[in-house]
Design a protein around this ligand. Structure first.
Ligand SMILES: Nc1nc2c(c(=O)[nH]1)N[C@@H](CN(C=O)c1ccc(C(=O)N[C@@H](CCC(=O)O)C(=O)O)cc1)CN2
Length: 286
């Protein structure tokens, strides 16, 4: 068996053209969505991701506002910039690029985002709404994973899903998202304390690998026909992405998301979708 590809690039391109039409409709009603980004420090990976977010905005007609601060910025300075974005009507949603430098309390910063402008769905109020099953902006990578599965007709309802990794941007919120009544999956969240990862993975219809450990999921662990999504972003010695899925999984799995070209582009598309939806909500309330 050779797995079918869960092509995130193609799905993201389709979503972006749908969003461009919604942005045009908002502009006709006098509403221009605007995404703010806050980047602290000079991490090259984060700079690439933020550049990409501004390029994506331009492609669909979303205005963008960029706040770049040096790694030496204090927490108080970062919070001042957040207060400005919270008050700026041109900024309908914004994100703080993670990770932040160690000198800054990430929870304090994320907690200071106005929940109605939280384009990442990571503000504690919005994570709380996710726990309670109420509508709110959703974290981009988990939302992108669900959308990628849906667009490829991979059955989520009733599926046994193993998520490997309990991070706040992917693993934990993905577990909450997949166990909502609308998704209806059974989720096992694995992490460094999991006793027998291979046994857990072997029972899964869907595996989301977000451990950041190259090739942690190998063909011998995988149930034939399972859908595998690779969220791992380690780099090899040449700077190439080394995903969490070993290459041999292609011979056993039913679907595999490539890395790059799978979940990453969907994360970017879901950020745009959160921005557009927030602007649509604001326009409806006006
Ligand atoms: N505030 C946030 N910070 C971070 C998030 C997030 O959702 N919100 N997620 C990641 C980084 N990230 C977006 O910010 C992100 C990562 C990767 C990609 C992507 O498209 N990757 C490409 C490969 C690019 C490369 O070669 O490096 C792919 O998978 O095809 C987009 C967004 C952590 N921080």
């Amino acid at each position: 068996m050779t797995a079918q590809i869960l092509d995130g690039k193609a799905a993201a391109a389709a979503i972006k053209s749908e969003l461009a039409e919604r942005v045009a409709a908002l502009k006709e009603r006098g509403v221009t969505p605007g995404l703010g980004t806050v980047l602290v420090g000079e991490d090259p990976g984060s700079q690439i991701y933020v550049n990409g977010k501004h390029r994506d905005c331009a492609q669909v007609g979303i205005e963008s506002i960029r706040v770049d601060l040096p790694a030496t910025a204090t927490q108080a300075e970062v919070l001042d910039h957040l207060a400005e974005l919270n008050a700026d009507p041109a900024c309908t949603g914004y994100i703080v690029q993670l990770p932040l430098p160690k000198s800054i309390d990430e929870n304090a910063v994320i907690g200071a985002i106005d929940p109605t402008k939280d384009a990442d769905g990571l503000q504690p109020t919005n994570l709380g709404w996710l726990v309670l099953g109420r509508p709110a902006p959703l974290p981009c990578t988990p939302r992108g994973i669900v959308e990628l599965l849906r667009r490829n007709d991979v059955e989520i309802a009733g599926a046994n899903v193993v998520v490997v990794g309990r991070g706040v941007t992917v693993g934990r919120p993905l577990g909450l998202l997949l166990t909502r009544r609308t998704e209806n999956a059974t989720v096992t969240l694995c992490h460094t304390g999991t006793r027998d990862l291979a046994a857990e993975v072997s029972r899964a219809d869907i595996v989301v690998a977000a451990a950041g450990v190259p090739s942690i999921i190998t063909a011998d662990m995988v149930k034939p026909g399972a859908a595998l999504l690779d969220v791992g972003v380690s780099r090899d010695a040449d700077g190439k992405i080394a995903g969490d899925l070993a290459p041999d999984v292609m011979d056993v799995a039913g679907w595999v998301s490539p890395n790059p070209g799978g979940v990453g582009p969907m994360t970017r598309a879901m950020l745009l979708q959160n921005v557009v939806e927030a602007a649509e909500r604001a326009a409806a309330d006006a």
